[in-house]
Design a protein around this ligand. Structure first.
Ligand code: HEM
Length: 216
């Protein structure tokens, strides 16, 4: 199986940190938290830098079921997303600002096909454009960028929206116009999300290889 390039990048960071410290003292969880922050600051600029709290330890196991139970799937509607975030102690503002994480990256056709053919509350031009990349049948793995600048951390993700005056719309409007507000609030919510039940003290371990748990 082809491994994603990001796995190799994490392997390289881990090797460099272990070499510098002469032993395994930095967890893979901390490496990922820092790598996420630095990627955002590199692709968006200094204003997107935030302080990452460190000292997480790595899990002794991995669970596909736990991931599927906790992470919201692409077909969730707005109220389901609010409920999911709430179950993790994250509020509406966290939801709106962290969704802005999609200012970079791409999505596979299978994940958004239903939206562009069946959703009624969607900009018609936007949907028609995506339908070219994502036909009703076939092209399942075709990729579409989330916004017009998929390699840049910016606020264009928030530009296309149809407001109804709700609290979330007001936040979307603010972030679409004010990149400093987005950058600041994004950092605050990333820190909050990064602090959800971290393993500390004697819990978990410091992995030697980020791809697998240590042998004991
Ligand atoms: C609100 C709940 C969320 C849902 C339902 C969601 C859903 C998705 C989906 C369906 C994809 C496309 C995956 C693919 O087709 O391969 C994706 C990609 C992505 N998500 Fe999210 N996501 C959520 C929250 C977040 C958060 C909180 C962040 C970061 C702050 C984030 C950052 C990203 C990035 C960077 C990608 C692009 C990955 C790539 O291009 O390889 N997402 N997300």
């Amino acid at each position: 199986m082809k491994t994603p390039k990001s796995f190799e990048v994490v392997d390289q960071i881990k090797a460099a940190v272990t070499k510098a410290c002469k032993r395994d003292v930095v967890s893979c969880a901390d490496i990922l938290a820092i790598a996420a922050r630095d990627s955002v600051a590199i692709l968006g600029g200094k204003q997107y830098w935030y302080q990452v709290l460190l000292g997480r330890r790595d899990s002794r196991f991995a669970s596909r079921d736990a991931a599927n139970t906790n992470l919201p799937p692409p077909f969730f509607n707005f109220s389901q997303l609010i409920k999911n975030f709430k179950s993790h102690g994250l509020n509406l503002k966290d939801l709106v600002v962290l969704s802005g994480g999609h200012t970079i990256g791409f999505s596979k056709c299978t994940n958004f096909r239903n939206r562009i053919y069946n959703d009624t509350n969607i900009d018609k031009k936007f949907a028609a454009n995506l339908q070219k990349t994502c036909p009703q049948i076939g092209g399942d793995n075709n990729l579409a960028p989330f916004d017009s600048t998929p390699n840049k951390v910016d606020t264009s993700f928030y530009k296309l929206f149809k407001g109804d005056g709700s609290q979330s719309d007001r936040l979307v409007q603010l972030y679409s116009k004010n990149s400093y507000a987005f950058a600041y609030d994004f950092g605050v919510s990333m820190i909050k999300m990064g602090n959800l039940k971290p393993l500390t003290g004697k819990k978990g371990e410091i992995r030697c290889n980020c791809r697998k748990v240590n042998k004991i």
